[in-house]
Ligand binder design. Structure first.
Ligand code: NAD
Length: 476
């Protein structure tokens, strides 16, 4: 392909302007200040149907371009994101609340281009299954058609790219329904990507649950990529049943971390902190329950507290901050309720636990809770915020039993000075990914997906790419 593109160049203001509705719209407010940042149009089911119709009509032409040309366009889209990274990060920070710095808004925009580039680079070979006596059985992956993408509000840009990049690379067209909490971030991202893609290959239809339900039920949607809560995932399974849609479900988690007695508390404290508090705890595969051996329990509590109390939290646009507000009031209320339940049970507050009542924004302070029972609601429910329960254990078998006691299993981690013993423990944990001496580190080359009710299907890598294709055997 030799087409040249003039790279679009947005400021924060011009990017926001480009995605504002011509008239009307619902206000979107900054969760750190409560100030309105813009408006979002709220198309309904009829507009969704139109977008699916257009994506369906565009799909054959997109598929006909072939892998090489599509990969080239995805790489150019990554370039366009990089050229507009600061405008995208500013909007993401204002709408989602996450700070510009730390593993937050600029990091998320960087991940968007990194995932697009990696997805464009994978080799998808035809697989020869049998070749003998004049018979050749080969496995191909064909495009599915139109893929529907439904996403959450915690990493709205990055997760949209996780869904759209492999779908487009495989020759599908895509219609996205972003979370109604963070639609502007996804509209802005797609505005930039669509400066490169042909018309109707990628569309965004903001809307609420009715739009999501319609997308999951629509007869011209071949597959739904869904990331969100386990409850909504179950609803999507039901909505999609009549059309036997393919589904990739990345659902809720409540990840356990197990610190073995030979770990060095000071050496692991900062990585433990970020494993739990990345994006102010609003991360699917964040460390949400920490199990520490009794021999080093107090040292780990002290080391973690020392790190946590120095991490600045505040308005995302302040360059000093690395932690932000909760994205919405409902999430703030979940965290406040669970921490109250822990305090009422007599658990020990090491840090935080007392939100300021008279401040704008949904800020909940960084909270560490020790001496907590494994059945406490703060342990068994997904808190999805900056509050970490630390549970003491005395035998590895007990720790593994507690880690495996829930019906979800997205990620987990084992912390030890001896990687071999950590790997042995890791093999016994029921989770899609078990990290060693880190937590939540995702890589576009390494498949990622949940065990148990954290979902099914894989994302990332060649395995993830294949899940956006229809396997076809030609045998003769
Ligand atoms: P959510 O389930 O409330 O919403 C996610 C999306 O689904 C939104 O766009 C929403 O409008 C839509 N939706 C809700 N009900 C629907 C229905 N019946 N049919 C179709 N669409 C519907 O989740 P959230 O609150 O935005 O995100 C937080 C949750 O997402 C947490 O549980 C978190 O663990 C999970 N999550 C998982 C991953 C992962 O990779 N496994 C990543 C990020 C977040």
């Amino acid at each position: 392909m030799t087409t040249t593109f003039e790279t679009v160049s947005f400021t924060y203001e011009s990017l926001l302007e480009a995605i504002q509705p011509a008239s009307g719209g619902r206000p979107i407010n900054d969760p750190a200040t409560g100030q309105q940042i813009g408006l979002v149009a709220e198309p309904g089911v009829a507009e969704l149907d139109d977008a699916i119709h257009a994506a369906h009509a565009a799909q054959r032409g997109w598929a006909a371009r072939g892998h090489e040309e599509r990969s080239e366009l995805l790489t150019l889209a990554a370039d366009a994101i990089e050229a507009n990274a600061e405008a995208l990060a500013q909007l993401l920070s204002r709408e989602q609340g996450k700070p510009l710095n730390g593993p937050n808004a600029r990091f998320e925009v960087g991940a968007c281009s990194a995932w697009l580039r990696a997805t464009a680079s994978f080799t998808l070979d035809v697989e020869t299954i049998v070749e003998e006596n004049g018979t050749l059985a080969e496995l191909f992956y064909r495009p599915l058609g139109v893929v529907g993408a439904i996403g959450p509000w915690n990493w709205p840009m990055m997760i949209s790219v996780w869904q759209l990049a492999p779908a487009l690379r495989m020759g599908n067209t895509v219609v996205i329904k972003p979370s109604s909490m963070t639609p502007l971030s996804v509209l802005a991202l797609v505005e930039v990507i669509n400066s490169i893609l042909p018309a109707d290959v990628l569309a965004v239809i903001p809307g609420g649950r009715d739009v999501g339900e319609r997308l999951a039920a629509h007869e011209d949607i071949a597959k739904v990529m869904f990331t969100g809560s386990t409850a909504a995932g179950k609803a999507i399974i039901r909505s999609s049943a009549d059309t036997v849609k393919r589904l990739t479900l990345e659902l809720g988690g409540n990840d356990a971390g197990i610190v073995l007695p030979d770990a060095d508390p000071d050496a692991i404290a900062e990585d433990l902190f970020w494993g739990a508090f990345i994006n102010t705890g609003q991360t699917c595969a964040a460390l949400k329950r920490l199990y520490v051996h009794e021999d080093i329990y107090e040292e780990v509590c002290e080391a973690l507290t020392a790190v946590a109390k120095n991490m600045p939290m505040g308005i995302g646009l302040d360059e000093n901050n690395v932690l932000g507000p909760l994205q919405n009031k409902a999430q703030f209320d979940v965290v406040a309720r669970l921490v109250e339940a822990a305090k009422e049970s007599g658990a020990r507050v090491l840090l935080g636990g007392e939100p300021e009542v008279d401040q704008p924004g949904f800020f909940y302070p960084t909270t560490l809770i020790a001496d907590i029972d494994n059945q406490n609601p703060l342990v068994i429910e997904e808190q999805f915020g900056p509050a970490l329960p630390i549970i003491k254990y005395s035998s590895i078998d007990e720790a593994i039993k507690m880690a495996n006691s829930l019906d979800v299993g997205l990620g987990a981690s084992v912390w030890s000075s001896n990687k071999d013993s950590a790997r042995e423990v890791a093999a016994r944990i029921e989770a899609g990914t078990v990290w060693i001496n880190k937590h939540g580190a995702v890589d576009p080359r390494v498949p990622f997906g949940g065990a148990k009710q954290s979902g099914y299907g894989l994302e990332f890598g060649v395995e993830g790419l294949k899940q956006l294709g229809a396997p076809q055997i030609i045998n003769g």
